[in-house]
Design a protein around this ligand. Structure first.
Ligand SMILES: [Zn+2]
Length: 259
């Protein structure tokens, strides 16, 4: 029964009750956005695997990202070894793999552990530049998961532009085009990638690719798992560019289901 309009004390009490309930609901929704206070009391877990070619500064990238991940309340296992992909207990306990491991080689068993986690168990994977999309050149199923493979960076370190093409996606929302002085990645890519930003090549260093537009940021699926990738980040200081850091960190949050 609703209180009668002229029944002031009951009406006031009802309003007060609504206010208290509203306040409680607001508090809950604020906490729900915070990874620390996720609905499950356990913080989400990330495996950060680093190594491979030193030119991509895997240690510096680790030191940039791991503290940030921890500051967000995530549990982070940091590993310099691909053997982590063999650790079934570890692999079944994580929500996301972040990998920077350029070139190098991966054993059949290590690759199987990685691919199973993403494809069958729904673990996400996120990475950037060659750490994800120029790792394990012999492994085509791995490349099938990533959605692309680096093939060239004409002119090496050059000035180029990144163009945001999806202004509604939460990863790129609110960001404008920006300039980068680094390697501009020319890649072989999966047509099913959901491309969020691109970069267009000039004729300065390879005349026949003039006007070619390549993905620079994408997200996709591999089986049950989510994949996030950005081609930025030849060196860790590329992430000093606010847009580059925002894209990478939002991509990680999206991979975790927290964006
Ligand atoms: Zn590079």
């Amino acid at each position: 029964m609703f209180p009668k309009k002229n029944n002031c004390p009951v009406f006031i009490k009802s309003k007060l009750a609504i206010c208290i309930v509203s306040l409680f609901v607001c508090q809950q929704s604020v906490f729900a956005d915070d990874p620390i206070e996720n609905s499950s009391s356990k913080p989400k877990s990330i495996l950060f695997v680093y190594g491979g070619w030193e030119g991509h500064e895997p240690e510096k990238c680790r030191d940039l990202l791991v503290p940030w991940l921890k500051s967000k309340g995530y549990k982070v296992t940091v590993s310099p070894s691909l053997d982590s992909y063999l650790d079934t207990k570890l692999m079944s306990s994580i929500d996301l793999i972040i990998q920077i491991y350029t070139m190098s080689t991966i054993t059949k068993e290590q690759e199987a552990g990685l691919l199973k986690a993403v494809k069958e168990d729904g673990v996400s994977i996120a990475g950037w530049h060659g750490g994800l999309a120029d790792a394990f050149r012999q492994n085509t199923e791995y490349q099938f998961m990533v959605g692309g493979q680096w093939v060239a960076h004409p002119g090496n370190i050059i000035d180029y532009e990144v163009n945001i093409i999806d202004h509604n996606d939460p990863i790129t929302k609110g960001l404008g085009d920006f300039k980068v002085k680094s390697e501009q990645y020319y890649m072989h890519v999966d047509p099913l990638n959901e491309v969020l930003a691109t970069t267009t090549f000039s004729d300065e260093h390879a005349p026949w690719i003039k006007g070619a537009t390549l993905p620079a940021v994408w997200k996709k699926r591999y089986g049950k798992g989510k994949v996030f990738y950005t081609s930025l980040g030849h060196t860790a200081n590329v992430f000093d560019i606010p847009e580059a850091f925002t894209i990478l960190t939002r991509g990680i949050l999206w991979s975790l289901g927290d964006l």
